[in-house]
Design a protein around this ligand. Structure first.
Ligand code: 5AD
Ligand code: SF4
Length: 435
């Protein structure tokens, strides 16, 4: 059997796209996955373009793969940087055999046999969400509910790489989830660039269905026990949606609310569509409706024109919301974005100092939150076998747990008591062993 080495950078969308590519390949000719580049017949680098770093890493990686790969092995570059740079990737690195954009995953089997094929169209095509079946982990399934993005945040390259927003028909989503549940998934992750804008754009006639209604429909699927989703947009967090989030017992109590900046004037420059007050109000609403929920966020520091006062607003939101998890980045000017042209770019040293300050304060907050977990009990869904007789899983609110156990625990939801805390994960002890 031929061997495939696939490297996935970027977000959950890309992780799912990699699964879709494996499914596409398998329909044509089965491949076995390998972690050793030197034995691969096909090497795929599924790229991200959201910041500059991973893009420059791509070309150094191609150089390394070139050195170690079998002479006959093909190299494909896929994903967001493929969409963005297209044929230029082959011009810069002729060793690359094909380039396939983030919106063109379903064309993998057509580009694979053509030397220097490039497919990077971002126009919509319904075949772009008809895929074969492949899942890395049978216990939890990722399911796309929309493609592309209808926003124009001025820092973000994604609308240019993933194209216009289209919601996938509700029946297709429900059908895919039922299939995943039938093969052992108790948990699903609904994926989209703006999940709570679901239902705004369908490519053909179908009954109207917004995200709250989709959540209700999905939660009626027998055998499905946990629903997660990423990413929602704060702008679309109306009361109806938050009430459904808080009251539907199948929806996991973990929500990503990407702040980006705490300053209303920077949010305006970013074209985010909400103010500092709206954001805080939405997080307060979540805490009020659902005190057990955890809130994660994304923050960019050093956006053009960000003053000390703007950054102080970001720190203030951090203090007020006390996010359980933070993904923070230095602003990176990206091609095809409005903010890259702004003249008031922030010096790197200032952005670095702000990032350090933000992360240091957040680390203190997380330590307090995690230390307070000692002796608490959670229902944990076990989905991965780890070395040294340990099994890992997640609590409903998204905390990573490790317990002693065997593969008998996989696919089970058990009550666990926290016996040791650390910043990133919790050690637990099973309270009732039904295995
Ligand atoms: N620079 C830095 N971070 C960015 N992100 C998106 N675009 C940029 C950029 N140009 C961050 C945002 C987004 C996350 C996926 O990446 O915080 O939510
Ligand atoms: Fe995901 Fe955005 Fe990176 Fe594309 S650019 S892989 S959508 S994070």
């Amino acid at each position: 059997m031929k061997k495939l080495y696939i490297e996935t950078l970027g977000c959950a969308m890309n992780v799912r796209d990699s699964e879709h590519m494996i499914a596409e390949l398998n329909q044509k000719e089965p491949y076995e996955l390998t972690e050793r580049v030197e034995e691969a017949d096909l090497i795929i680098i599924n790229t991200c373009s959201v910041r500059e770093k991973p893009v420059s890493k791509l070309f150094s990686e191609i150089g390394i793969f070139r050195k170690y790969k079998k002479a006959s092995a093909k190299i494909g570059v896929t994903g967001c940087t493929a969409s963005h740079l297209g044929r230029d990737i082959i011009k810069r690195a002729p060793i690359v055999d094909f380039v396939l954009g983030a919106r063109n995953v379903s064309k993998l089997s057509t580009v694979i046999d053509k030397r220097h094929a490039v497919e990077v169209d971002i126009d919509h095509d319904d075949s772009s969400y008809a895929f074969g079946e492949y899942r890395t982990n049978p216990f939890k399934a990722m399911v796309n509910i929309s493609m592309g993005c209808d926003k124009s945040c001025t820092y973000c390259i994604v609308p240019a790489t993933r194209g216009d927003e289209i919601s996938i028909p509700t029946d297709l989503i429900v059908g895919e989830i039922k299939k995943a549940v039938a093969t052992g998934a108790k948990e699903i992750m609904l994926l989209g660039q703006n999940v709570n804008n679901y239902g705004k754009y369908f490519s053909s006639d179908q009954e109207k269905c917004n995200f709250t209604e989709l959540l209700k429909r999905v939660s009626r699927i027998n055998g499905l026990e946990r629903i997660r989703f990423t990413s929602p947009h704060p702008f679309h967090m109306g009361d109806e949606f938050l009430t459904e989030f808080a009251s539907n017992p199948k929806i996991c109590k973990q929500i990503h609310v990407p702040l980006q900046s705490g300053s209303t004037s920077i949010l305006k420059e970013m074209k985010r569509g909400y103010s500092k007050e709206w954001f805080i109000n939405r997080c307060q609403k979540i805490r009020e409706l659902c005190p057990e929920a955890t809130i994660s966020t994304d923050i960019i520091v050093g956006f053009p024109g960000e003053s000390d006062k703007d950054f102080a607003d970001t720190m203030d939101v951090l203090e007020q919301v006390r996010f359980e998890q933070l993904f923070s980045f230095k602003y990176s000017p990206r091609p095809l974005t409005a903010a890259a042209e702004y003249s008031n770019q922030i010096p790197n040293e200032i952005a670095s100092a702000r990032l350090t300050k933000l992360q240091a304060r957040h680390t203190e907050i997380v330590d307090e939150i995690m230390n307070a977990q000692m002796d608490r009990e959670h229902m944990v869904y076990f989905d991965e076998l780890k070395p040294n007789g340990r099994v890992s899983g997640r609590s409903d609110d998204g905390k990573l747990f490790f317990v002693k156990g065997s593969e008998d625990l996989l696919g089970k939801i058990e009550r666990v008591k926290v016996i040791k805390t650390s910043r990133g994960a919790l050690d637990g002890e099973l309270l009732m062993v039904n295995v």
